[in-house]
Design a protein around this ligand. Structure first.
Ligand SMILES: [Fe+2]
Ligand SMILES: [Fe+2]
Length: 464
């Protein structure tokens, strides 16, 4: 009995991942689905000819296929891991005789947003799929796992993606400093991974956008703007290609600053008029670099050029004000403004996320596109990710995920108990529990400085 080799296993997983993604956008008969499904069916059938069953899934956060482990996954496999973790799937087994119809039904069920393991199981049953069986995550072994282990695994994966994005930006900036045209492969790869996650659920990565590193402000700011712009674009229903361009533009929007002298960039006090003029060159310098980078769409350079033009086009560069721009630029501008006001900088206290939304509202119709501000506020919810709140149990918690169905009931992490004691391990808590009962209500927004905590350490995945 020979199991598929590593290359074949990788091809199967890639086709599988591609078919699921495609199914979210196209009908099953579309060539974008049909072609990978047919190839997948051929490979699976050939493998099942040689052995009775095929088993694959997730082990300690990594994909395994029979006895092979994919420790450094490709983008397609990483997307598949995320999807399977969302659906709480630990292992998938195909048995001999698996039909194309069963495979297609399985892919279709996996492409449905939301819904967990139980829905998937009953969907398979209803569709009469008998030759695919699933094992729930955490039930593969006899070892008991803590309830939040899956979530921690998932968050760990997102943090890895965030770290890869920081590295990609750092390398772009280093290339510019050395006078080279920066490579675009790394940034495209990491943004593609984020597109997969964001198209599936725009709110998933919002927690990452609250990661602030005061010493490396520029890099974090770039990644955060990319994440926020993609989330807004996806929640507006833009297609994957536009969400991808928004992500790349967000990540690269300030790279022109690399060419501004460091003493101006890092000056703590007010800039002189001359220094301000120098600083204001960063959008055009950035756009010029982006235009030279291989494989980026022209609208990416436009977004970089226009991110300080403002909705009423009163911004800079002045020569670009008359160029007709699309809404994509204003999406990046909103993401840029939100991240800037929620970040502590040498010359500025951070504004809590909820107050930041009020600030955006004040700029709506003039510097920012009113419709987009409304859409952004709706996406972030009444208590945006990163807001510190007091509950009616007197506990203090940080909001880590919005609840689009009930904005009063986001997902939170409790940091301080009812007696004011700081918890050793923050506890994730849904305000509205699965059985419909309410754990607690939010009574106030708390100033993180008053509690002396850096909320960003807790929103993106507990302690890191
Ligand atoms: Fe900028
Ligand atoms: Fe910026």
């Amino acid at each position: 009995m020979t199991t598929p080799d590593s290359q074949t296993a990788q091809r199967m997983l890639t086709l599988f991942s591609g078919a699921i993604k495609g199914m979210a956008f196209y009908p099953a008969s579309h060539p974008a689905i049909r072609q990978p499904l047919l190839e997948l069916d051929r490979i699976v059938a050939a493998a099942l000819d040689r052995q009775n069953g095929l088993s694959w899934g997730i082990l300690d956060g990594a994909m395994f296929f029979e006895d092979q482990l994919f420790v450094s996954p490709t983008t397609a496999i990483a997307d598949l891991i995320i999807l399977m973790q969302e659906k709480e799937i630990g292992r998938i087994s195909f048995s001999a005789g698996l039909s194309l119809e069963e495979l297609e039904n399985f892919v279709r069920l996996l492409s449905v947003r939301g819904g967990g393991f139980d829905e998937l199981q009953s969907g398979l049953q209803q569709a009469g799929v008998r030759r695919i069986s699933l094992v729930r995550q955490g039930e593969q072994s006899f070892e008991a796992q803590p309830a939040d282990a899956d979530d921690d695994q998932e968050q760990g994966l997102y943090l890895t993606t965030y770290g890869q994005a920081l590295d990609a930006i750092r390398n772009v900036c280093r290339d510019i400093e050395r006078g080279r045209i920066p490579g675009s492969a790394a940034i495209i790869r990491v943004v593609d991974r984020m597109v997969g996650i964001t198209m599936h659920d725009p709110a998933t990565l919002l927690g990452l956008s609250m990661i602030k590193d005061y010493d490396n402000y520029t890099y974090n700011h770039c990644v955060n703007v990319g994440v926020l712009a993609m989330a807004l674009g996806a929640s507006l229903g833009l297609d994957a290609q536009n969400v991808r361009d928004l992500g790349i533009a967000g990540h690269l929007h300030d790279i022109g600053k690399t060419m501004v002298p460091k003493q101006i960039l890092n000056k703590p006090g007010r800039l002189t008029a001359l220094e301000q003029e120098e600083m204001k060159r960063h959008p055009e310098l950035g756009a010029k670099i982006v235009r030279e980078m291989v494989g980026l769409a022209p609208q990416v350079a436009q977004m970089v050029l226009g991110h300080h033009l403002h909705f009423n086009r009163s911004g800079y560069p002045a020569w670009a004000r008359k160029i007709p721009f699309n809404r994509m630029i204003d999406i990046v501008t909103i993401a840029d403004t939100y991240d800037a006001v929620t970040t502590l900088r040498v010359y500025q206290h951070p504004v809590n996320p909820r107050a930041a939304l009020d600030q955006l509202q004040e700029l709506a119709g003039t510097l920012l596109d009113k419709g987009l501000v409304t859409a952004f506020s709706k996406m972030m919810g009444k208590y945006p990710v990163g807001t510190l709140v007091r509950l009616d149990t007197n506990e203090v918690a940080v909001v880590c995920r919005p609840n689009l169905l009930d904005e009063e009931s986001p997902m939170i992490r409790v940091l301080f108990g009812g007696e004011g004691q700081r918890l050793d391990i923050p506890r994730e808590q849904a305000l509205l529990q699965q059985d419909g009962s309410r754990y607690a209500g939010i009574v106030a927004v708390v100033d993180p400085l008053q509690k002396n905590i850096d909320v960003s350490r807790f929103v993106a995945g507990g302690n890191y």
